[in-house]
Design a binder for this molecule. Structure first.
Ligand code: CP
Length: 320
């Protein structure tokens, strides 16, 4: 594996889940793989889980780790080619990337959607420059449109808790005061389809996800109907993906509080587990009661980020 952005990059899911189980039993099983090798983790925005879990996973595999917070201590980076750099951006990615690459063997990149120009975000301008100009294996730690390490951790979690081979998994939009990217719901839909789970996506009209990720998954605009018989409920806010109306890309079209996940909706499920990638706004996205209930998986789900990153790094190191 030389790049990790989409579900297909991981290869066979059964094999990957088997490695996940193996690494959960013994996190240091492959600690020789990363000896005398260095992982560089580049963050263009804030992170708690990704930052901690990816460092831990890299160290489990014997890697040295360098973390660079681009916006804290580095030169301000220009990302567009052709720009006259007479503003406050002192260095271009086109020089910065090969320089960063000269100090490491593998690169993780965390970027965020700008949410102003759909094309810029959906062409993954920053991540693709790392892939093109670093000459090193590059993995996404969340990009403008996808969060595959999160979705792999979600898959591992569902695999651990599911009672049937093909559980009903509901991805539900929930309100939020800020406009958020579509990376998490995009990847979640993509990975749940690739796992062949019974995926239902529910959101207010106008929030249709990109067909590249959601494919032919069932979309149900009635949230209560979508929740009926669900085994897993995955809540997440996202801003307008601009699929039906590109002019609305990145906007908040609705903040209807009845979409907050509460016991009212959970009552019609098949005693569903509640999931969210975190961080989460309590009593906006989900009520205290639901997130604190014994059916909530948000903590084991976050802990599985170490496992998903360990599997991905192991597979990438095997190719070095
Ligand atoms: N879920 C997730 O990626 O969390 P962070 O933004 O804290 O890394």
């Amino acid at each position: 594996m030389n790049t990790f952005l989409h579900a297909k990059d991981l290869g066979n899911f059964d094999e990957a889940l088997e490695i996940a189980r193996e690494l959960k039993e013994d996190r240091y099983k492959y600690e020789q793989l990363g000896k005398h090798k260095t992982a560089l983790l580049v963050f263009f925005n804030n992170s708690l889980r990704t930052r901690l879990s990816t460092q831990k996973a890299a160290r489990n595999l014997g890697l040295d780790v360098i973390v660079l917070d681009v916006n804290q201590g580095a030169w301000k980076l220009e990302t567009e080619r052709g720009v006259v750099m007479n503003g406050d951006r002192s260095e271009h990615l086109l020089e910065a990337i090969p320089v960063m690459a000269s100090f490491c063997d593998i690169i993780g990149v965390r970027t965020f959607a700008g949410l102003t120009n759909r094309e810029d975000d959906y062409t993954e301008c920053i991540l693709n420059q790392f892939i093109r100009y670093s000459g090193k294996p590059v993995f996404s730690m969340e990009s403008a449109t996808a969060h595959p390490l999160q979705s792999f951790a979600d898959l591992i979690t569902i695999d651990e808790y599911k009672k049937t081979k093909r559980p009903k998994v509901v991805l539900t939009w929930a309100p939020h005061p800020k406009a958020l990217p579509q990376a998490v719901p995009n990847s979640f839909a993509e990975w749940m389809r690739a796992a062949d789970f019974d995926l239902v996506v529910t959101h207010p009209e106008g929030y249709e996800l990109d067909p590249l990720f959601v494919g032919d998954a069932r979309v149900e605009y009635d949230q209560m109907k979508a929740f009926e018989g669900a085994d897993f409920v995955y809540a997440k806010n996202w801003s307008c993906p601009g699929v039906t109306n590109p002019a609305d890309y990145g906007k908040i079209l609705c903040n209807e509080p009845s979409w907050t996940v509460s016991q009212r909706q959970m009552a019609v499920t098949n005693d569903a587990h509640f999931m969210h990638c975190l961080p989460v706004r309590r009593n906006v996205v989900v009520t205290d009661e639901v997130i604190e209930s014994p059916r909530s998986l948000v903590i084991p789900e976050a802990a599985n980020r170490e496992i998903s990153a360990s599997v991905v790094l192991k597979q990438m190191l095997a190719n070095l």
